[in-house]
Write a protein that binds this ligand. Structure first.
Ligand code: ADP
Ligand code: MG
Length: 670
């Protein structure tokens, strides 16, 4: 058992069972094999092939949601606290795990149009932006979203407009933000509508890429990432930034992919489909075990991306989804075991405070820079105007002396005044041109010259105005990306609704703590039952102990059956692995045959010497033909000048010497 230090907490695991669908209902009276005790958070699974006498399997989780469960209940009880943590600067992850068709996508996305059926993701959007609109006005927020997919062990950017032909992305690791995807598109979102749009764009890209959406979505992992950065002045008077990262993960279907009978490319493909999920299983097992030092995160793209979420700096919720139909008993049991193991993973979440790579800081600095530029421009215009006025030009009459002490609120107004000023100057120039044209005493040449001069001045003015407008637009665009607390970006903030929401959250919290107490009581009951027992007669003692023995015996049988099951599963997966191995060996023999018989040995050696393995990309790679650093250039100067040494000879030599000083790999032969 892992030591529980103060900042450590376990992965929360909840289980949800979807209702029987029409087809399953018509299959007969067997009905559902999944039973749930909502109060205790237990799942009771019935084996449809076993005799009735066989004890049913019981699993306990942080919460369970049956066929009648509401999306909103799952959100309020099991997701809301996590999103609250993300808003406070923690990393958070929710992943849906389960067989295809059990409700992963329903749980994560749901039916968008029906408020009752909206899933975790749309509810989280609502939650995040509502929180921002209700927070204090000294807080500034920056919200970004990315959407990616892992398919056949390739990371694909779903927001890249070029999605169809885009190259797979690479994973990188930094000490600041852990494992991340290089060059992943990230969209700044200022409202629920905008972030929903991002989700839609990504969903569309997914559907377009897939020839068969059902098969595609059951074989790929979809990760929606939201980064919430929040800046707030601390007691030291400086702005501090907290960064919460949220991963919303809809995993590929957990069912075993058939590998048998396929060869070559298809075999490789089948192996890749399974890779990320089996790696996830291995990571969970290694972490749950707690004893094995090595956690094989590097075995797949998925486990690398979720490295922080599993055993690291994050709060994590796993939603395991089940189908109730008897024919899926094996898969359902496997899912429950998987989920049961994940409960034992310990994470070490902490608030991400003032990380170096906070984008909000960069934005704030850029905005300050643009504001300074605008101020400078304004100041310059004023100076010019004063100069012009000072030269005795006609005054406008509506001269105003404005105060220098302008704060941020006045920025917009200042910008407008600026524009007005330009218009005034332009009008003045226009008027002056008119005056010149109408001047009857001026010579035509002189007129032409003066008009040309005015024309040039107008050009300069126009260019300046354009530059200012561009700067202003850029400034406004940057500033609008930052959300300020307390501004009404949500329209449903009336008090009554707020109160109702508050009550709902309270109830959810209560349900949760009640369940925790129930679970603790159950454990204590089993431990203390014999302490309370005192026997008045031998007969009574025998009876009580027989009862107890029976209970323990039943328990023993359960555990024995469990061991048998796990063994069977082991044997099955071992057989599968062996079969894969046989197929791969056959493939290898085939390739060897070709190489040995059809490729000349010296060619083969040349190629072999140039190949190195890149573990980052899990690929063999060709080294460049001659590594540039180590190549040696032997320059025979005598060859260039076979006759007597001339001026040219010495000059060339000099140039070569300077070259040699810079590059060690040049040898000069005279
Ligand atoms: P998965 O993503 O795991 O493959 P889906 O989310 O697509 O599964 O669900 C399969 C079907 O079951 C869908 O038609 C979905 O609407 C329905 N469904 C899943 N979970 C529920 C639920 N809790 N209540 C009602 N319908 C559900
Ligand atoms: Mg799905």
């Amino acid at each position: 058992v892992m030591s529980k230090n103060k900042s450590s907490e376990s992965v929360k695991v909840v289980v949800r069972c979807r209702p029987l669908n029409r087809k399953e209902e018509s299959n007969g009276p067997a009905g559902s094999i999944v039973q749930m005790d909502l109060r205790l958070g237990q799942v009771i699974l019935r084996n449809p092939r076993a005799p009735v006498s066989e004890p049913q399997k019981t699993f306990t989780f942080d919460a369970v949601y049956d066929a009648n469960s509401k999306q909103g209940d799952l959100y309020d009880e099991s997701v809301r606290p996590l999103i609250d943590s993300v808003l406070a600067g923690f990393n958070g992850t929710i992943f849906a795990y389960g067989q295809t068709g059990t409700g992963k996508t329903y749980t994560m996305q749901g039916a968008w149009m029906d408020p009752q059926k909206r899933g975790v993701i749309p509810n989280a959007f609502d939650h995040i932006f509502t929180h921002i609109s209700r927070s204090q006005s000294d807080k500034q927020y920056l919200v970004r979203a990315s959407y990616l997919e892992i398919y056949l062990e390739e990371v694909l950017d779903l927001l890249d407009p070029n999605h169809g032909n885009a190259r797979p992305l690479e994973l990188r690791e930094s000490p600041e933000s852990g494992v991340y995807v290089r060059d992943l598109t990230s969209c700044v979102c200022k409202s629920i509508k905008e972030i929903e749009e991002v989700m839609n764009v990504g969903n569309q890209a997914r559907a377009v890429a897939a020839t068969d959406m059902n098969e595609h979505s059951s074989r790929s992992h979809a990760l929606f990432l939201i980064t919430v950065e929040c800046s707030q002045p601390g007691p030291d008077g400086r702005k501090h930034i907290r960064v919460g990262r949220l991963n919303l993960v809809d995993l590929a279907g957990s069912e075993r992919q058939a590998k048998t009978g396929v060869q070559g490319e298809r075999l490789k493909e089948a192996a890749k489909i399974n890779l990320s999920l089996s790696a996830l299983g291995n990571v969970i097992s290694a972490l749950a075990d707690g004893r094995s030092g090595h956690v094989p995160y590097r075995d797949s793209k998925l486990t690398r991306l979720l490295q922080d979420s599993l055993g690291g700096n994050a709060k994590t919720v796993m939603v395991a989804t089940l189908g109730p139909a008897p024919q899926h008993y094996d898969e359902t049991l496997t899912t429950l075991r998987y989920a049961n193991r994940a409960k034992n993973i310990q994470n070490q979440p902490r608030v991400n405070e003032d990380p170096k790579d906070a984008l909000l800081r960069e934005f704030q600095m850029e905005i300050a820079r643009l504001r300074a530029q605008l101020h400078h421009r304004k100041w310059r215009t004023k100076q010019k105007k004063e100069q012009v006025d000072g030269e005795g030009w006609e005054r406008d009459g509506d001269e105003e002396t404005e105060g220098e002490e302008e704060d941020e609120e006045d920025e917009e107004e200042g910008v407008e005044k600026e524009a007005e000023e330009y218009v005034k100057q332009e009008q003045r120039l226009e008027r002056e041109k008119q005056d010149i044209r109408e001047d009857q005493f001026m010579l035509a040449d002189e007129k032409q010259r003066l008009l040309g001069e005015k024309e040039r001045m107008m050009g300069v003015l126009r260019k300046e105005q354009e530059a200012t407008e561009q700067l202003t637009a850029k400034y406004k665009a940057m500033e609008s990306k930052l959300l300020v607390g307390g501004k009404n970006i949500i329209d449903h903030t009336n008090e009554q609704q707020k109160m109702l929401e508050g009550k709902r959250h309270e109830i959810a919290e209560q349900t949760r703590s009640e369940r925790e107490i129930q679970q603790q009581m159950l454990v204590r009951d089993e431990e203390t039952v014999e302490l309370r027992e005192t026997f008045t007669s031998l007969q009574q003692e025998v009876e009580a102990k027989t009862k107890k023995l029976k209970k323990l015996y039943a328990k023993l049988q359960c555990i024995k059956a469990e061991i048998q099951d796990v063994n069977d599963e082991h044997v099955r997966s071992r057989q599968e692995l062996e079969q894969t191995q046989n197929e791969l060996t056959r493939e290898l023999k085939f390739k060897y045959l070709i190489i040995e018989n059809f490729i000349p040995p010296e060619e083969k050696n040349k190629i072999m010497n140039r190949l190195t393995f890149d573990p980052e990309e899990d690929q063999w790679k060709f080294q460049p033909l001659v590594p540039a650093e180590r190549s040696v250039w032997v320059l025979d100067v005598g060859m260039l000048f076979p006759s007597e040494p001339s001026d040219m000879y010495f000059k060339t030599l000099q140039i070569l010497w300077t070259l040699q000083e810079k590059r060690e790999n040049i040898i000069i032969v005279k």
